[in-house]
Ligand binder design. Sequence first.
Ligand code: ADP
Ligand code: ZN
Length: 747
Amino acid sequence: MFAGMPQYARVLVDDSGGNSFDYELPARPGSVPLVVGSRVRVPMRTRTALGTIIEIRDTTEAQGVKLISEVVSAEPLLNPRLIELGAWIADYYCCSLEAALRSILPQVIRKAGVTHKTQLYARLLTTPDQEALGALAKKAPIQAGILMYLKAAGQPVPVTELTEKCDATHQAVQALVKKGLIASESTRVERDPFQNETFLHAGRLELNAEQSQIFERVLRAIEQPPEQGAPKPLLLHGVTGSGKTEIYLQAIQAVLERGQSAIMLVPEIALTPQTVERFKSRFAATQQEVAVLHSHLSEGERHDEWHKIRDGRARIVIGARSAVFAPCRNLGLIVVDEEHENSYKQEETPRYHGRDVAVLRARMERCAILLGSATPSLESYHNAIHGKYEMLKLTGRVDDKKMPYIRIVDMRMEAAKKSSILSEKLITAIHARLAKKEQTILFLNRRGFSTSLICPACGYVCECPNCSVALTFHRAQNRIICHICGHTAVAPSKCPECRDPNIRYSGTGTEKVEDLVAKLFPKAVVKRMDADAMTRRDSYKEALGAFRTGKIDILVGTQMIAKGLHFPNVTLVGIINADMGLHLPDFRAGERTFQLLTQVAGRAGRGDVEGEVFVQSFTPFHPAIQFARHHDFEGFWEEEILHRRQFDYPPFTHLLLIAIRSPHQARAEFSAQTLARRLKEALPEGTTLNDPAPAPLEKSHGNYRFQLMLRTRNILRLTRALKDVLDKLTFPSDVIVTVDVDAYQLL
Ligand code: ADP
Ligand code: ZN
């Protein structure tokens, strides 16, 4: 190319609804050249906007091309592979490239306002001798104190630390600078979310025979030369406590030793201090930096962790869903722990599934990928059975610890008795633990005190004005609250309809269980853990700490306590209502219940004493409950997969859900019908389209909701056809249409 001939960049403009435009590249002799992934500011009609270069071109068909107005970051923030991943997400999940890149490039990095944090440090220029110090101490004792502090520290010290520890003013520090004894320099520092914590070094454990075999297979995938293509994804199926995490840790260690980096995805809810500590401690021993990405980081912390990863200073990333986009260099391994967890699915655009994106990213990077779970998703297990993934199995708990003994309590028999919340058997079992100073976990996946307020006289139920659900009574606040939209009101003391004063609370939430347990066991220390009780950033950590050190006897909680926690002294787990969620209109209801029961039961008996689990149910013979009781994943799989095949549900097909919502019921319904008609003409062969129907949750946040459900074996053909139809259709302005590919949220 001749010097002086203009070159163009195609820029994807942020917040433009996914539009990209061509701009002329500025001449930048001597500076870092602009490339795919560079961030720039470009002129739009009357303003300027930030954007990402997605292509460099020699020509453009556009008219009146303008010049890029500012270079925000020439060094690419996104490597071409992540942009390729973004394009795949846009295609597969039927969204714009811009929406996909919005997830890939965190907000705090995109907006370019947040910078590295600097701090003023003081450093000794010459080491003062005793005599000089003595002389100075007479005239200016504080200055002498500063010098002694710096000498003792043996390294630069933040000026704020000096002023605090030496009781000094900034003037005193400045005086020493003027005398040429010290220098004060601004230094880049990292905002470290764990700066106040120290992690004890913990060495690796000797793998047992079964673990070693699996580790070898993982190692083979890690070491597979890239010329041979991407290694097959590995699915590790191992019961809770079978030593999966130990394998992850050692596999990551192997990756680091090869000079590569690794991503470990965990569900947000499992990203507990306990998990992070296990990683930090292990890699502290080898001086490796672990970057942690989750939703509770401050902007500054997120910014710094991201740069730490991109610069290659942290080669281990542990994080929730979006960490799948971590800008790692030379990726050697992605681990997805609890791969069956629904929280990997993002429930807003782009509605991607973290596990599936991880599988794709691994394929693009040609690196190893290891999915692990005690209860694999039917999708992943199906892939392993059919050889798309490689199946690895850990059959027992480490050290042959027994699986907890699960008893099913038939609550139909208990209903006749006094308490319909805690069965007599469970109460007796709790007494026994209290006597032995062992701990109990009681699980109920519903917050609040009671789930509805019903008037016995006229049958009135307090419902949310915005959603088609009953309001939950929260006794501590004396309010009724909608768990969908958050609408709240003071709890009525009489029926708002007929003024009857006997309005009643029915249904049970964690608050009521806590209340009841406190009454039944007045000497026990009871703590509740749910979203209402854990509002402060640290309350979760404090509660877990107190439970771990034995200060709490009985922990009552929601799914917050179900996942990943390891408490050796918990020997009893009570599942208050196993049926909750079992009878929802969702084809995965059984699978979810099986997974949840298995996970919760897995909290018992992690120490030396065998654990016991009581599962209370009104449908005790339901397969999801019976197979969970016998720790029989394969049995459950065989039974469940038959239904899926029979009704052509995932994993045999991809399920795509189109939601149409509007504050006006008729408009939502009409739009759904119009869309369905158009789709029928355009759909590729082999696609099933159900008639439009109101969503099970008919109204939410003041919107009426309709759904179209599609199933297909070839998802890309379907999403392309769908994109076409949607591009051509216009809906009334208050109608919103969303597309959810591989939908998990069917209500
Ligand atoms: P999982 O991830 O499958 O639930 P973990 O890796 O957390 O299992 O292991 C469960 C417990 O057993 C942990 O306390 C862990 O430290 C311990 N453990 C794991 N592997 C070994 C081993 N090879 N030898 C001794 N203890 C082990
Ligand atoms: Zn509501």
